[in-house]
Design a protein around this ligand. Sequence first.
Ligand SMILES: *Cc1c(COP(=O)(O)O)cnc(C)c1O
Length: 396
Amino acid sequence: MSEKEIMASANEYIMNTYKRFPVVLVKGSGVKVWDVNGKEYLDFAAGIAVCSLGHSHPQVIAAVKEQIEKLTHVSNLYYTEPQTQLAKLLVDNSFADKAFFCNSGAEANEAAIKLARKYAHENMGPDKFELITMKDSFHGRTMATITATGQEKFQFGFTPLLEGFTYVPFNDLQALEKAISAKTCGVMLEPIQGEGGVNIPDEKYLASVREICDRYGILLIVDEVQAGMGRTGKLFAYEHSGIKPDIMTLAKALGNGFPIGAMLATDKISKAFVPGNHASTFGGNPLATAAANATVKTILQEGILEHCRKMGDYFLLQLKKLQGKHKIIKDVRGTGLMLAAQLNIESSDIVNECLRRGLLIISAGSKTLRFVPPLIITTGDIDQAMGVLDEVMEGK
Ligand SMILES: *Cc1c(COP(=O)(O)O)cnc(C)c1O
């Protein structure tokens, strides 16, 4: 099919839930992807912070190939080795003692919300079920996770929402403490807000949230679906603040493009789940967990985290230089390779112009450019992207 035919056919047969860019991608390798006409793009979107090891990573491909020829799926009614290995790998490298596997970020957050409620029901009493979440947060598109998401634009038209959620501004400790009531069982937040605009926590914010949760005897759930898996230069973003959460969710980069999500928790909290409480047919199947095992091992073994920190520092410095040159950039910020440029104009013009010039970037909200490239990028890739941005911003 030609590019035109694919786009026309997609618009005819696929539900209209995405505003897609007018490009048909067919191939990827490392930091590059190619469209159906053979045009090359530098991919600084990485499938929205998913392909952290770059496209077609040899170790991930090898692991999936090997596993698909052995065993693809059986069901969680049986033990399998890849799922067991992944659970141990994540537990050994985090605060957590136990893992539950699912297929996406929303599902991981659903599992976290259910576990928090079940734990609270049994240990705090049936009247404690409320979660405090943050304004401008994003936790997914299911009914429970759009309710948890503190942005009306994701909730509009889908009411009634779930009971038991209340919202406070990110980085506002006073508002958080004021919102805690006799019904509160926990706080759920992204350590760095992704979709809401790459919002960075103040220096001691997460440590103070932890302290407040401890003082009131409530749970702290961190949604690391976007910021986790090395994106910020540590395996998990909570590590930057020296705290330990009670529950954590993962997805996006966990399988480097293979769909998988996970919810992790301490032993004490995990005990609230017993057989029959929660499940997922595909969750943690051998193929998905083989991909994730290869991904996590590569991130941990190949100096990816250190490289990410170095590239992140370099990238931020270049963004600051760009800010000095172009008045439309109001602010630049980020940690590791989760970066943003806050504009004083709509970001879509810039994003579309970059696409035309062979650079894939995305927005976070209407006026923020978001940069979540593969963690394997080089200074050369960053320079190339900066060159394109510089050109595109010229005269704006
Ligand atoms: C993307 C995202 C989700 C939702 O993940 P899906 O896999 O799309 O369901 C949840 N939380 C955060 C922080 C995200 O960035």
